[in-house]
Design a protein around this ligand. Structure first.
Ligand SMILES: [Zn+2]
Length: 201
């Protein structure tokens, strides 16, 4: 068994031993909130936002972007499980700022192995041949952090399946201080335009 698998199973044994009352938690998030954030290993939404089991929905992907699957999950979260305040949370020093579609496509075309980053540029140690498929994917990279949060909040706000009484906030987590900085322009766009329970007129 790999070390990673062993460590996870050992940790899970301790977790299960104290699982206790969590077995009674209801499915709908008790605080009616949804966090869309980046998969970056330095971010722990439970810690930076003070979440306990049962509190919230958390969806993570590379960049915390409003992908089709993020929107699918947001719609399910509201429609079936009652969340009505959604937080789009990107962060500083995001890896998605270090690439663009062209770089990603080119890296994958020459090798599928993990690339090296020198703090500025990505390169492949060997160019043994990869796949050109990477050129056909929109990687949703980030060139301007605030603009990316605005773009994601706007896409969610304008989506036909997102009701107007849901509030959407935009934030960037500063990895130098741990503080959440609100992207005012995004939160302005994400404001609910009808109160909870009201129908769109
Ligand atoms: Zn990131």
């Amino acid at each position: 068994m790999s070390q990673a698998k062993r460590e996870i199973l050992d940790a899970n044994e301790s977790y299960a031993a104290t699982f206790g009352a969590k077995v009674k938690l209801p499915t709908p998030p008790s605080r009616k909130i949804f966090l869309l954030t980046c998969m970056d290993a330095r971010l722990d939404p439970a810690k930076f936002a003070g979440l306990a089991e049962g509190d919230a929905h958390v969806f993570r992907n590379a960049g915390g972007r409003a992908t089709d699957d993020a929107i699918r999950s947001l719609v399910i979260s509201h429609k079936l499980l009652g969340t009505n305040e959604w937080f789009v949370i990107h962060h500083t020093e995001c890896g998605m700022q270090s690439i663009d579609d062209k770089i990603m496509g080119t890296l994958l075309e020459s090798s599928l192995a993990t690339a090296d980053f020198d703090g500025k540029n990505w390169s492949n140690a060997k160019n043994e041949g990869g796949s050109s498929e990477g050129h056909f994917i929109k990687w949703l990279t980030i060139s301007e952090p605030n603009a990316a949060v605005v773009e994601d909040v706007r896409r969610i706000r304008n989506h036909a399946l997102v009701p107007s009484n849901v509030t959407i906030y935009g934030f960037i987590l500063d990895l130098k201080t741990g503080k959440l900085i609100e992207v005012e322009e995004a939160s302005e766009i994400g404001k609910a335009t009808t109160a909870c329970g009201q129908r769109r007129s």
